[in-house]
Write a protein of this length. Structure first.
Length: 333
């Protein structure tokens, strides 16, 4: 089978260039909803690498560098682009390289394990109709005394990145809001980031319905999110039906599952995780979640087989210079 991931009604295993689309239009022009949504279909190589380690690599398993490059090629990246992305992930202290002879292997760094666990919890805790206690939590970044401006900015970005994984939306620079009054997890996060004394957390109530609606629409782009759920269903529903009827090869399973997880993760990141009645919106979030939870395990065996054959430590890694096929030596028992 061949699959096209473009909007042509079918799919491809090796899509066209996945490089981010850089618009030549002036920044002052308003970006259309379709243009915003399209960005969520573009794979970012560093994030894909982290996702692959989270899905397929055990804590102490070694991943062959050449095999990892081949897998990124399967997803549409060039060899040069793949190697640059891997090096940058290593520079972020998320992967540790180990050389054995002329071969290089990678293992997960301790820091990566925490990132993977956070991302997995965030992605797989998504619910179609989440519960809510009616309260709101506001987080304000105050910064540390004597901290340079650049240091403030870096800390603020780092805090915002982690808060986004907890369904916080941005009211304005340095101020985030989320539904729910739980503070223990937030305190643990602030402690782990070493930002005690720089962050203020408040539990508040918004009694005026109009005020709550204004805050919701300022903090989250529900129109974009609704469009993404529609796009997700349009892209993956036909694949799901075809796979159920005809099956899927390990390579196709790997490519489809990677794209499935990547797009769903991006949608979960910008979802406020509030009930539809609170958001006052009719959308297809429930259908999208149902499809994801059905397809994700369906493709797991084939995708894992392809990943392990390509990249997990083998008895004798195949040199990329002489490699002609995808056949690899068996894994060590």
């Amino acid at each position: 089978m061949t699959y096209y991931f473009e909007s042509r009604g079918s799919f491809v295993t090796r899509p066209a260039s996945l490089a981010p689309v850089r618009s030549s239009k002036p920044r002052t022009k308003k970006v259309s909803l379709a243009q915003q949504a399209k960005k969520f279909t573009v794979l970012q190589p560093q994030e894909i690498i982290l996702g692959l380690f989270g899905e397929y690599v055990e804590e102490h398993e070694q991943v062959w560098s050449g095999g990892l490059v081949n897998l990124l090629q399967d997803l549409g990246f060039s060899v040069a682009g793949a190697r640059v992305a891997i090096n940058r992930v290593c520079l972020r202290n998320l992967l540790i390289s180990q050389r054995e002879g002329r071969f290089i292997f990678y293992v997960s760094a301790p820091r990566l394990l925490a990132v993977i666990e956070e991302g997995r919890h965030h992605t797989f805790s998504a619910k179609a109709d989440p519960q809510w206690d009616g309260s709101w939590r506001i987080v304000l970044y105050q910064g540390a005394e004597g901290h340079k401006v650049d240091g403030h900015r870096a800390d603020r970005v780092r805090l915002g990145r982690w808060l986004t994984l907890r369904h916080f939306g941005v009211i304005q620079e340095g101020i985030w809001i989320a539904g729910g009054g739980e503070s223990r997890e937030l305190k643990r996060l602030i402690s782990r980031l070493g930002m005690e004394g720089q962050v203020l957390s408040l539990n508040v109530s918004l009694n005026d319905p109009q005020e709550a609606r204004n805050v919701i629409h300022r903090a989250w782009n529900l129109e974009l999110l609704s469009s993404l759920y529609d796009m997700f269903l349009a892209k993956f529903e036909p694949m799901y039906e075809t796979i159920n009827k005809k099956g899927v090869s390990p390579l196709d399973a790997f490519v489809i599952r990677t794209r499935l997880i990547d797009m769903f993760r991006k949608m979960a990141t910008i979802d406020p995780n509030l009930p539809d009645t609170v958001l006052e919106i009719e959308w297809r979030r429930g259908e999208a979640l149902e499809l994801f939870y059905a397809m994700h395990p369906l493709l797991a065996e084939g995708a894992r087989e392809h990943f392990e054959q390509c990249a997990i430590r083998t008895t004798q890694p195949i040199d990329m210079d002489t490699k002609k096929t995808r056949k690899q030596t068996p894994r060590q028992p």
